[in-house]
Design a protein. Sequence first.
Length: 391
Amino acid sequence: MGKTPDFDTLAVRAGIARTPFNEHSEALFLTSSFVFDSAAQAAARFSGEEEGFVYSRFSNPTVTAFQERLAAMEGAESCVATASGMSAILSCCMALLRSGDHIVSSSSIFGATVQLFTNVLSRFGIETTFVQGTDPAAWRKALRPATKLLFLETPSNPLTEVTDIAALADVARHAGALLVVDNCLCTPALQLPLADGADLVIHSATKYLDGQGRVLGGAVLGKREIVMEAVFPFLRTAGPSLSPFNAWVLLKGLETLRLRLEAHSAAALELARWLESHPKVERVYYPFLESHPQYALAKRQQRAGSAIVSFDVKGGRDAAWRVIDATRMISITANLGDTKSTITHPGTTTHGRISAEARAAAGIGEGLLRVAVGLESVEDLKVDLARGLGQ
Ligand SMILES: *Cc1c(COP(=O)(O)O)cnc(C)c1O
């Protein structure tokens, strides 16, 4: 047995199955279905007696290549790709939960995930309790006999709170529940939740796996018996499947994932340090700043800080909006995970529809700004932000 290939090797070589043409780059199979040699073969493929491709809702060679590569990078037995990050989360819940079940979730998660839990799953008899993610005691207190799923993102967006995955895996194990970690911000380049004891990893591939703002995609990763025997059958039947074209784009994104995440992280740390020293900035949120409340945990759990830097501007909403409106380069959008840096005012965009009290309780202040640091020069980012911050 040879050595197991390293992460960098897997990122460019895992999942390749060449066609008889021996193409060097990964092939793109834009086909909805596959043909059979005979009626007997068709029957064998449909019954699962014979392995092989049937229909791209549930199997396509380009999608398979993406799944195998991402599984290798995340250290997962199995991976199923989905049409988006939200369909990955939905597929997980539909596959693993039934009416009467209960979810405990960190309150610092993606807005659409909160909506899915509170407005959609609730209609099917699935209840969710939200807790302060960084406090393991709060998770324990929220557990019920019906709790089947613990859900978290770390670091969180926009405040970059870091949750101890190993500690939460322990809580989940004792409760007989599954721990699901949305690894969107760190990706396997910086953090491996499954190695820390998580049962499932979720990805919005739309963000850093593509990393260039081109396509939507998602994935669910974990043990074969959960992913292939529960999540895949749901996907096969319900159809929130990844398109082959998007899978091909994402495959190429994975090849540069570590290089990009390290560059994003280095730039974000430099920008965070600069903001922290700026007289018009009240507070900076970035996991690899010594001032971050979970700095030690972040250093232990993540290889770098990733790209999200948030900061409170002195002077509240007016001052924060001035910073946004004075930018000439940074894109004003709530999206993230792109080569192009983006800036947003969470209080009036991503968190604008929750009550002022709920916002305050979540720590989203009126002066809070979030920058998702791209791959431009940090000096140019500073110039763009300094204009609105003034002296
Ligand atoms: C964007 C995002 C999602 C949803 O992904 P889509 O691909 O937009 O459906 C889920 N979780 C996190 C943390 C995200 O940032």
